[in-house]
Design a binder for this molecule. Structure first.
Ligand SMILES: [Zn+2]
Length: 147
């Protein structure tokens, strides 16, 4: 809970200005180096087989919505972390759609948020029950020197 998932050093939500409810949901790493190691760890994308959730190719690339997304993309590229941006759409029960920001090949989907609230993360959390989904905040990336 309070440890970096890679190096096990102490990390605290206070360091990132995050509430405990949001902290429970974010990827707990302590640095750029640990984030890199984590995203390069091969892990299964599907956590649980669920016929109500489909992964589809997105129709077209819409471009980055924020400077933060663009900076994270550049960092992934620079660190040889294979990724794609908004390449996939997840469909729940044949109707509700959700497009995660990034797909990290061989690892997870990744959602980047400004100041997330649990309410705003609704679709992300739903997807996270069946697929590996990392959540990162601007405050984490700022502290790591990526933003
Ligand atoms: Zn660490």
């Amino acid at each position: 809970m309070m440890e970096c998932i890679v190096c096990h050093c102490r990390v605290s939500p206070i360091d990132y200005g995050l509430s405990m409810s949001v902290w429970k949901l974010v990827t707990k790493v302590c640095s750029q180096e640990c984030l890199k190691q984590w995203l390069l760890t091969p892990l299964p994308l599907v956590l649980k087989k669920d016929r109500a959730v489909y992964i589809c190719k997105a129709i077209h690339f819409r471009g980055f919505k924020s400077i933060a997304e663009e900076k994270l993309a550049k960092w992934l590229l620079k660190n040889d972390i294979p990724y794609s941006f908004e390449e996939y759409v997840l469909i729940f029960e044949g109707k509700k759609m959700y497009m995660p920001d990034f797909y990290i090949k061989g690892h997870s989907f990744l959602e980047l948020k400004g100041i997330p609230s649990v309410r705003a993360l609704g679709k992300t959390l739903k997807a996270g029950r069946v697929l590996r989904l990392e959540i990162l905040t601007y405050s984490q990336l700022k502290r790591f020197g990526i933003l």
